[in-house]
Design a protein. Sequence first.
Length: 462
Amino acid sequence: MKINNWSGLMAKDLDSRVNDFNSSIAFDKRLFRQDIAGSAAHAAMLGARGIIAPEEADAILRGLEAISHDFSAGLLVFPPDAEDVHMFVEAELTARIGDAGKRLHTARSRNDQVALDFRLYVLTALGEVSDATLELMDVLLSLCERHLNTVMPGYTHLQRAQPITLAHHLAAWAEMLRRDVTRLEDARARADECPLGSGALAGTTYPIDRDSVKAALGFARLSPNSLDGVADRDFALEALSCLSIVMVHLSRMAEEVVLWCSHEFGFCSLDDAYSTGSSIMPQKKNPDVAELVRGKSGRVFGSLMALLTVMKGLPLAYNKDMQEDKEAVFDAFDTVLLCLRTFAPMVETLSFHPEVMRASASLGYLNATDCADYLVKKGLPFREAYGVTGRLVRHCLTGGCALEALSLETLRQLSPLFEADVYDALSLDACVRGRAVSGGPAPEAVSAHLTALRGFMEERRR
Ligand code: ARG
C-alpha cells in the first residue's frame, strides 16, 4: 500500500491499483537528466533571487549533483511505486540533504516542470534525428557521385516510363530527406521556449527570474502565457508529424529496395550482413531490414494519431491525460532513430547492377517520348508527333522489336521527317543527356543538384 502523503488532505491511503495505474515512473524516468537540469536551474535562480537562502540553494545543487552522479554510475534505483520521476527526484533529494530539499518546489508546479523536461527531451531528440537523417543523406550522395551515368528506367504507375540515372533517383531520395531536416529544424525552433515559471497554470507570486532560468537551460525564448505554457503539447505533435513524414520517406525508399532486390528487377543485391535467410528455403536472401523499416512506419503514425486524439478534447490547462504523451513520443523517436541508423548502412552496402538497369531501360519503349520530341524538333506539332510515335510503338509490339531497331524506310512510312540522325536521338544516353533542364537526369543537372545538397549538409556541419 502506497502512503498517500498529498498535503494531509486524504484520509485514506491510495489504493495500490490506483497507484499502479497513475504512476508514470516506469517510462518518465527517461526524463531524469532533464529533470535534474531543470531543478538545478530553478534552485540556482531561487537562491540568487533570495527566494530561498543561498546556502539552501547550494545544498540543493550539491544534492542534485550527487544524485546525478549515482545515476551515471548505475547506482540509482527508481522505485517502481513512485508516482513519477519528478516526485522521486524531490523525495530522493530530501532524503539525502534534509529540509533544504523541501524548498526546491517553491514557485514551481509539476505542470511547468513536466512541460519543461519534456520540451528539453524533444529538443535534443529532434537534433539527433536531424543528424541521423544527414548521415543517410551522406550515404546517398556518395552513391550518387558514383552513378551519374548509370542509366536505369524511371517509372510512373510502376510502368517503365523514361530513362533516368541511378544518381537522379537516389538524389530524389536525398531531396526528400533534405526537406525532413528543414522540417525537423523548423519544429525545433518553434519548440524552443522555456515554460518554467508558468506554475500550475497561473504563474507565481514569487519574484522569480524566468530569463535566467531560460538562459541557463539554453532556451531561445520564454513561453508567453502561463496557461498555454503548461497546456501546450504542440511541440510533441509537431515532432510526431515530422517523424511520421520521415517514416513515409523511409518506407517508400524501403519499398524500392525490396523491389530492386527482387529477382524480377535485379537492380541490386543486399550485402550478406544486411540480408536474412529463410528457415526452410536455403536459397532465400530476404530484405528484412527494408521490410521492417517499411513496417515500423505504422507505429510512428500510430503515435501521432494517439497524441492528436489525447489532446483534442482537453480543456486548458493541464490534465492528467497528457501523461500519455510520453510513451508515444519516446517510442516514435526510438523507432525513427533505429530505422535511420540501420537503413543507412544497408543502403551503403548495396551492390548495384548497372548492366541490368541499362538492359531494363532499353526494353519497354522508354525513348518513345524522345522519338515524339525528335519529330517536334523537325517541325511537327507535339500532338501529331505523339500519334505517329504511338503507331510506331504498336508496329514494334507486333514484331517485338525496339523503336531504334526499325529501318529508316519503315520510320519514313509513318513520317517523312525521320532522317538518319534519329538513331542517335533514340539512344538511351542521348535521352538522358538531353534532359539537362534544371532538376533533370542529365549528369550535369544531377551534379548541380548534388552540389546544392552537399552545400546544405556543409552548412549543418558548422
Ligand atoms: N507525471 C505527470 C505527467 O507526466 C507529471 C505532471 C503531473 N501533474 C499533475 N498536476 N498531476 O504529466
